[in-house]
Design a protein around this ligand. Structure first.
Ligand code: UDP
Ligand code: MN
Length: 363
């Protein structure tokens, strides 16, 4: 906004001084205003929030203009909704902010109408990545059908299905503004390798296409179904989800990688939360950074003959300890009802495990 004004002032200044002044003086001023113009042009490029530079594995860079930050202030219309009450906390039973002031997303803490308007005005597009390798293709139908009912309804969505069995991807009727892209990828023999290599593939495809196609990425396990609303309240530069098995635990009890030889190592006196490997996301830029870093850490571990105790989840936890997420999702967003029932603090169960026979499905 300030840029055109500065440019115009500079030109007018040099033009005004042209009349009745010695030639060399006006030449100097001409060069000066040219330098100012060039500087302003470059500064604008650097400061523009919409332009980002993404380093790829070859060390080259590519420019993208899709990133939109949730912190931008945008104009919303007059909408009737309940007034926020300063003296009436929305939740008294759970933590609603991290110590670094990232919101923790629980039912009751947000007004979805306000958020939907904000994200619609930005014409936000959300990519949902899911891996269905080998026998896990059987989970796709329920995953996609329930996502159609509950995931980002009213917004633009692209499902990215990574699979080695493209012919087994089911036909699911998609709502307006929603697309499905099948990405054929290789498989691995060990289920641990299938799980871990998700980081590599998300990272690679972020550079190749996600950056140009969507604003945010949400990365989920496929052996799950959506059972209640999951919407734009989750979107932020970088988010992780509280693992349903550990939200009440102290940090010493978290199943972090405890061997210092691993890149995922976290000492017993460190750690904020234990995040679930099965649901995380953020802007394409931040998800690219996260997945690339986790993949590189796993490559290093492999070279050192060590594999983190919970695979990609261990590396995700290490990354999110040192790169604090800008939103944290409550366990409403990753739940296992068979294992954990339905405690009263969970007002909604939104994304829940589909029971599976581990042995049968993994072999
Ligand atoms: N996965 C897959 N095929 C496999 C193993 C894993 O597609 O043979 C993917 C799938 O998306 C799955 C995720 O990796 O949801 C993580 O594995 P899993 O769900 O078995 O781990 P858990 O949730 O049981 O820890
Ligand atoms: Mn799973």
């Amino acid at each position: 906004m300030g840029t055109p004004l500065n440019l115009r002032t500079g030109l007018e200044g040099s033009q005004a001084q042209e009349a009745g002044r010695p030639k060399c003086h006006s030449l100097h001023l001409g060069i000066l205003s040219f330098i100012v113009l060039v500087l302003v042009f470059f500064c604008y490029g650097f400061l523009s929030h919409r332009i980002q530079v993404l380093g790829n594995s070859a060390g080259e860079t590519c420019m993208a203009i899709r990133h939109l930050d949730v912190q931008e202030v945008i104009t919303v219309s007059r909408v009737a909704y309940p007034q926020p009450k300063v003296l009436t906390p929305t939740r008294r039973d759970v933590l609603v902010f991290t110590p670094w002031l990232a919101p923790i997303i629980w039912e009751g803490t947000f007004n979805i109408d306000i958020l939907n308007e904000q994200f619609r005005l930005r014409n936000t597009t959300i990519g949902l990545t899911v891996f269905a390798i080998k026998k896990y293709v059987v989970f796709l139908k329920l995953f996609l059908e329930t996502a159609e009912q509950h995931f980002m309804v009213g917004h633009k969505v692209i499902y990215y299905v990574f699979t080695d069995r493209p012919a087994d991807v089911p036909q699911v009727a998609l709502g307006a503004g929603r697309q499905l892209v099948v990405l054929t990828v290789r498989n691995y023999t060990r289920w641990q390798d299938v799980s871990m290599h998700r980081m590599e593939m998300i990272s690679r495809f972020s550079e190749q296409r996600f950056l140009h196609e969507v604003d945010y990425l949400v990365c989920g396990d496929v052996d799950m179904k959506f059972s209640d609303h999951v919407g734009v309240e989750i979107l932020s530069s970088l988010f992780g989800t509280l693992h349903p098995g550990f939200y009440g635990s102290s940090r010493e009890a978290f199943t972090y990688e405890r061997r210092p030889q691993s890149q995922a190592y976290i000492p017993r006196d460190e750690g904020d939360f234990y995040y679930a490997g099965g649901f995380f996301g953020g802007s394409v830029l931040e998800v690219h950074r996260l997945t690339k870093a986790c993949h590189e850490a796993m490559v290093e571990d492999q070279a050192n003959g060590i594999e983190a105790v919970w695979h990609d989840e261990s590396h995700l936890n290490k990354y999110l300890l040192h790169h604090k997420p800008t939103k944290v999702l409550s366990p409403e967003y990753v739940w296992d009802q068979k294992l954990l029932g339905w405690p009263s603090i969970m007002k909604k169960l939104r994304y829940v495990a589909v029971p599976k026979n581990h042995q049968a499905i993994r072999n």
